[in-house]
Design a protein around this ligand. Structure first.
Ligand code: GAR
Length: 199
């Protein structure tokens, strides 16, 4: 069974979809949820599912290094197979990423390599593209640029604004992330030396 740690900063709706799916199919176990915000709704979701939580707030630390050292301690106590970022809104240092080769996975709300960074939904509308979506990818030091694991797309309609588009994408994210975890658990996706292999 895959051992997972999930890092969040906010609502945790992706966390919820992961909780629900691993609960149902029993292919993975979420051993800890770590939030850099004490008031993240995702913490309540984890507690409701009886998953242990750590609140490690970046603003309590004078340096990023100290902040990340405490995250590393919380993760290393568990030795997870994968560390899933699910709406985790801090940029991780190169040192942190190097500590977990082939193990850190992120979900990003765009069809990468388009729209790296923030405000992806509004930027997609402003750019006039007809499709938008989400990407699950391996994390490398360069932001939102690691090897792509799986993507989904949605059509942008003339009536969409950033809010309706975000909801459309999020709904698909809730399918995408659990699908990737299942594929990792089944061995249909493997990650080795920074390369993603899909069967
Ligand atoms: C999701 O749309 C996720 O893709 C995005 O934040 C949202 C979190 O929602 N992640 C990023 O923007 C990462 N840079 P959630 O807290 O309800 O899962």
């Amino acid at each position: 069974m895959l051992k997972l740690v999930i890092l969040i900063s906010g609502s945790g709706s992706n966390l919820q979809s992961l909780i629900d799916s691993v609960h149902k199919n029993g292919i993975a176990k979420i051993l800890r949820v770590i939030s850099n915000k004490a008031d993240a709704k995702g913490i309540q979701r984890a507690e409701a599912a009886e998953i242990s939580t750590s609140i490690i707030e970046h603003r309590d630390y004078s340096s990023k290094q100290d902040f990340e050292e405490d995250i590393v301690k919380a993760i290393d106590a568990i030795e997870p197979d994968y560390i899933l970022l699910a709406g985790f809104m801090r940029i991780l240092s190169n040192e942190f990423i190097a500590h977990y080769p082939d193990k850190i996975i992120n979900i990003h709300p765009s069809i990468l390599p388009a729209f790296r960074g923030l405000n992806t939904h509004q930027r997609a509308i402003d750019a006039g593209v007809k499709q938008h979506g989400a990407t699950v990818h391996l994390v490398i030091p360069e932001l939102d640029s690691g090897p792509i694991i799986q993507q989904i797309s949605v059509d942008i309609s003339i009536n969409d604004d950033a809010h309706t588009l975000a909801n459309k994408v999020l709904k698909q994210e809730h399918q995408l992330y659990p699908d990737v975890v299942k594929a990792l658990a089944d061995g249909r996706i493997t990650i080795r030396d920074g390369v993603v292999y899909t069967q």
